[in-house]
Design a protein around this ligand. Structure first.
Ligand code: SF4
Length: 64
């Protein structure tokens, strides 16, 4: 799997993380860290889905 398709670099990941942490996750989503965060994609958010930075799904959309 490409690093670029991981939740940690998806625009829907991390709305509940501190900005500094989110920046670090986006730079290197596969670093050893405990962050699990909300997936804000509407169809997942209503389920309160929480994912790790190294998770992924077909709705991946890169963060700007
Ligand atoms: S679960 Fe899918 S939509 Fe949600 S953050 Fe991960 S890749 Fe993005």
């Amino acid at each position: 799997m490409s690093e670029r398709s991981l939740c940690g670099t998806c625009q829907h990941f991390g709305s509940d993380l501190p900005e500094e942490t989110l920046v670090q996750v986006r730079v290197n989503p596969e670093a050893d860290r405990p962050e699990v965060s909300t997936c804000g994609m509407p169809s997942n958010a209503r389920l309160h889905l929480r994912v790790s930075a190294t998770s992924s799904c077909d709705a991946y959309s890169p963060a700007a």
